[in-house]
Design a protein around this ligand. Structure first.
Ligand code: C2E
Ligand code: MG
Ligand code: MG
Length: 748
């Protein structure tokens, strides 16, 4: 029985007896002793020889060349090729033997072929010539010897087997090589894709300075000509790259460092002449722990850096003026302290705050205020050296940091310079705006050794200036501290009061002494302080005037008083004037008249029911308000001269401005009781006022005697606690509803 893996042998011979003979020889059960001996002789007395097993064969026969070819074909097709073919020469029938063999090898070049012939004298030269010398061709000569045949067959089939095995082996080797190649290819294409998909420009250089690899991004970023990268010459490339940088030195240093310390990772930031900024990063390329080159990567960080710079600028500069802000200023002062410590020099801080800046905002507009701040900032920058710091702390507060002070450059000279730049008016919204500033100076080291101390003390000195009025300048002195902190607290409180609308109005009636009826009401402001009892005007109006807060407060009073008066009229209560106190800074607003007009329009109150109270001092200190008063009167609003008699000026202005009435200050009325001299003055005032056609109102009437005196002297109007105290709107309403306009004390 043949085995699956038996060698297959085919005998092609037209002599069937020979078929049988071969089969007999080749299917011998045991190794014939002769073969065994021969094996030993050939292979030596080795174990292999001992273990020699004669292979088993599957033998097929064919009596014609075609038949043999067919079988070989089928065998190949079934994956069971023949190892060996015995081919008789010549073949008497059909195709001749030589043709048959050629055909067989065409089909299967590995098959071992043994040719033989029955004729002993035949010449093999011709046969060899036709078939060629091959290593799978053997000629068996007559006479046939059993052992030779067995030996030949055994050797040839083994050889065939070895060849088969080698082929399998080389096939699998080939396959694994192909596989490796494929995966290498995949890896390479992955690396390339990764390289190309990177937003960074990448360049790989070997230890000999040759360009090994790069991506397109690299070429594009550095605008490198194709020829240059193809040259593979890194040195050439480097020169080309350095030429594009703003300062090539940094990059050259980096390259030098990379060359010196070949195992180091290095990075740096480089600016291009065309304003781009690249971040460069380089690391060694290693192969089995050996450095074989360097990878350079370049990233365009222009956007990131410019954003960072912008953010940095935003964080350290004032958005409106572009001047350094508090953060940068503090840093500069800190640096100045360090420098001054090192060199033994000194420096100064000039803190200044624009006077009445709020007025510009309130009376013109915020845009106008912003414009003014910008203009001033520009002016400051051009007036001072680049090494001096001009900073804006916010609002209308600025700081000058002046270093290296000496005899020629003192802070006094700086103050002078600052005052000089404010000499000319600023043109804003077609108006000339004169600017002054309250200034305070602190000096290093005597006024403070830290940023905080220096800033605080300059601030305190500035506050001292503010307190004394506008356009002042003070050096810091010990003790300013306490004074200013109280004021600061009050200012903050006042500001909060405006925001929280903590104010309310009280109303004090004024009575006509002839008709004995209530003819007007004075609106008097109160501050409902969240922690304290109601605050009276004397405790906050002066501060409001200094700080400029009086403008928004005054606007509110005017509007509220007009609205209230109109509401009373709408309720059917007797129509009368409402009298409102206005401060000088209110009157100085360029649009004051317009403001009054629009308030009257919005509340619906007729102009004749509004009266403005102006103090004597306002007119003498600000002659320009004379025009304003005239214009206010023109629209039908009445004007009273308040606190008459307390001013220390001549009465000349009384001829220049037309008022509707004079309000004799309560200090005169008070003294009627005991001061004869004042009685004379009162009499004189009343006479003078009447000669000028003014009505006279006496304020602060506290008793019967005073009232009697006034009536006797023909004073027309009176106001005072004795007649009626200031009261809230509902209280006044009740009074009017219950008692009408009559004053009980005036009843005859
Ligand atoms: P003023 O305009 O002379 O107002 C009269 C002041 O005298 C009021 O004080 C009033 O309450 C007080 N008074 C009235 N009758 C008597 C009296 O019989 N005896 C005494 N001793 N005092 C009397 P008030 O309300 O404290 O106001 C004080 C000052 O504050 C006012 O003086 C005025 O100059 C100012 N003021 C009040 N409200 C406002 C306002 O809305 N705006 C401005 N700018 N100033 C205001
Ligand atoms: Mg008044
Ligand atoms: Mg008064």
């Amino acid at each position: 029985m043949s085995q699956e893996n038996d060698f297959r042998i085919i005998i092609i011979d037209d002599n069937t007896t020979i078929h049988q003979n071969f089969i007999k020889i080749l299917t011998a059960k045991e190794v014939p002793p002769a073969l065994d001996i021969l094996e030993r002789e050939i292979l030596g007395n080795s174990e292999k020889a001992e273990n020699f097993i004669f292979p088993t064969f599957q033998i097929d026969t064919a009596s014609q060349g075609e038949q043999g070819i067919e079988r070989i074909k089928t065998g190949l097709a079934n994956g069971k090729p023949y190892a060996l073919a015995f081919v008789a020469l010549p073949l008497s029938a059909g195709r001749n033997g030589i043709e048959t063999i050629k055909h067989i090898w065409k089909l299967d070049p590995n098959i071992q072929v043994v040719i033989y012939t029955a004729a002993s004298n035949s010449s093999w030269e011709a046969t060899i010539k036709q078939l060629g010398i091959r290593d799978n061709l053997l000629i068996l000569k007559k006479p046939f010897d059993t052992v030779s045949i067995q030996l030949i067959v055994s050797a040839l089939t083994r050889k065939w087997q070895l060849m088969q095995e080698t082929k399998v082996c080389s096939d699998s080797l080939e396959e694994s090589i192909q596989e490796r190649l494929r995966s290498l290819h995949t890896a390479l294409s992955l690396i390339r894709a990764t390289l190309e998909s990177s937003a960074d420009g990448i360049l790989v250089i070997n230890n000999d300075g040759k360009i090994i690899d790069y991506n397109k991004q690299f070429v594009d970023m550095w605008k490198i000509p194709q020829l240059m990268v193809e040259s593979k010459n890194f040195e050439l490339l480097l020169n080309y790259m350095i030429n594009q940088l703003k300062s090539g030195h940094g990059f050259e240093d980096m390259i030098k460092e990379a060359n010196d310390k070949d195992d180091k990772i290095i990075n740096g930031l480089y600016k291009f002449k065309d304003k781009r900024i690249f971040e460069c990063y380089t690391q060694p390329q290693k192969l089995d722990d050996h450095i074989i080159g360097r990878v350079w990567s370049f990233r365009d960080v222009t956007k990131r850096i410019s954003l960072e710079e912008k953010l940095q600028k935003q964080a350290t500069h004032d958005a409106l003026t572009g001047l350094p802000n508090r953060i940068l200023l503090r840093d500069r002062i800190q640096q100045a302290i360090l420098r001054a410590e090192r060199t033994g020099s000194n420096f100064g801080i000039l803190f200044f705050d624009l006077d009445h800046f709020k007025l510009v905002n309130d009376s013109l507009s915020h845009q106008a205020g912003d414009k003014l701040l910008k203009k001033i900032s520009k002016h400051l920058l051009s007036a001072f050296r680049a090494k001096d710091t001009v900073a804006r702390l916010g609002g209308d507060e600025f700081i000058l940091l002046i270093e290296d002070l000496d005899k020629n450059k003192s802070m006094v000279s700086i103050v002078r310079k600052l005052k000089n730049i404010f000499k000319e008016p600023y043109k804003i919204a077609k108006r000339d705006i004169y600017v002054t500033a309250s200034m305070g100076v602190s000096l290093y080291p005597q006024d403070g050794k830290t940023v905080n101390q220096l800033l605080r003390n300059a601030d305190l000195a500035m506050y001292r200036s503010k307190e004394l009025g506008s356009d002042q300048f003070h050096f810091y002195k010990r003790g300013m501290n306490k004074l200013a902190s109280v004021r600061l607290k009050q200012e903050i409180e006042l500001m909060r009061a405006i925001e929280n609308e903590e104010f309310f109005l009280t109303y004090q009636p004024q009575f006509d002494l002839i008709s004995r009826k209530m003819v007007s009401i004075e609106a008097l402001i109160r501050w409902e302080h969240p922690q304290k009892a109601t605050v009276l005007p004397k405790d906050f109006i002066p501060l409001a005037e200094e700080t400029g807060f009086i403008v928004p407060i005054g606007d509110w009073v005017l509007r509220t008083a007009c609205q209230q008066n109109k509401d009373w009229q709408n309720m059917g209560l007797p129509a009368m004037r409402i009298s409102v106190n206005v401060a000088s800074s209110q009157l100085k607003q360029p649009d004051f008249v317009e403001k009054i007009k629009s308030i009257l329009r919005e509340t619906g109150l007729k102009a004749k029911y509004l009266e403005i109270e102006v103090t004597e001092n306002v007119i003498t200190a600000n002659p320009e308000v004379v025009e304003v008063i005239k214009n206010v009167r023109k629209i039908g609003v009445e004007i009273s001269l308040d606190d008459f008699g307390t001013g220390n000026s001549s009465l000349g202005y009384l001829k220049k401005v037309q008022f509707d009435r004079l309000k004799i200050d309560k200090s005169f009325v008070n003294s009627i009781d005991f001061n004869r001299e004042n009685q004379v003055i009162m009499q004189a005032i009343i006479d003078m006022a009447q000669s000028l056609n003014y009505q006279v109102l006496a304020e602060g009437v506290e008793n019967k005697k005073q009232l009697a005196f006034l009536i006797n002297k023909n004073c027309q109007i009176a106001q005072g606690y004795y007649l009626a105290k200031p009261m809230t709107a509902p209280e006044l309403e009740t009074l009017l509803k219950e008692k009408g306009t009559e004053a009980p004390v005036l009843e005859k």
